[in-house]
Design a protein around this ligand. Structure first.
Ligand code: IMP
Ligand code: MG
Length: 192
């Protein structure tokens, strides 16, 4: 797996420093009232589990999965699963946690969905932010690192389902994408 990585962009020590900084900001902001951290599956599970262990105040944990609908549906529309119950949302302060803020569609749709369901407050925290890729106007309340416009994997982030278990954030070697593109052409599928 490591041999598929061209370059390590954020190593383990740097990741921990970034999380410590953001955890301190969150602790200060949310002190005094119970709140719920909602980890957006699957990508944010690694980040969320490190993050919550550095927030030394009471909190609850919930999950939601958000996948883009396949072709033929309006872009930006999300297929939501494992949605928390109304009891977990209504009147509560929520902190939505994702691995990366890219176009911003996932996070902005989820923030709206949780507000609609009666949360008293919805804030967001992302491990990575790619501001140059934004399609919708949205800024996270907390973020650990900004990254350039490059496809990254590791620390929860995947390429075709793999690499989530890398302990650092890295850029994949271009051959990995090229192999995939070549295989798609051979099988007659349109390239992604
Ligand atoms: P958005 O709705 O475009 O902001 O999409 C965010 C989602 O796209 C993330 O939760 C990731 O699952 C995925 N994503 C965007 N950029 C990357 C990347 O560089 N590596 C891996 N996944 C990514
Ligand atoms: Mg994701």
């Amino acid at each position: 797996m490591h041999e598929d990585i061209e370059k390590v962009l954020i190593d383990e020590a740097e990741i921990i420093r970034g999380i410590d900084r953001v955890a301190a900001e969150i602790t200060q902001q949310f002190r005094g009232e119970n709140f719920t951290v909602i980890s957006i599956l699957k990508g944010s599970c690694v980040f969320a589990s490190d993050l919550i262990r550095r927030i030394p105040i009471p909190l609850e944990l919930a999950f939601v999965s958000a996948a883009s609908y396949r072709e033929g549906t309006e872009s930006g529309e999300l297929d939501l699963n494992f949605f928390p119950t109304d009891h977990e949302i209504r009147g509560r302060r929520l902190l939505l946690v994702d691995d990366i803020l890219d176009t911003g569609k996932t996070m902005s749709s989820l923030v709206a969905a949780f507000r609609e369901r009666g949360a008293s407050e919805v804030q967001s925290c992302v491990f990575l932010d790619k501001p140059s890729r934004r399609d919708v106007q949205y800024e996270p309340d907390f973020r650990c690192f900004e990254v350039e416009n490059l496809f990254v994997v590791g620390y929860g982030l995947d390429y075709a389902g793999g690499y989530r278990n890398l302990p650092y954030v890295g850029a994949l070697r271009p051959e990995i994408y090229e192999q995939e593109a070549a295989a798609a052409v051979e099988s007659g599928e349109p390239p992604a």
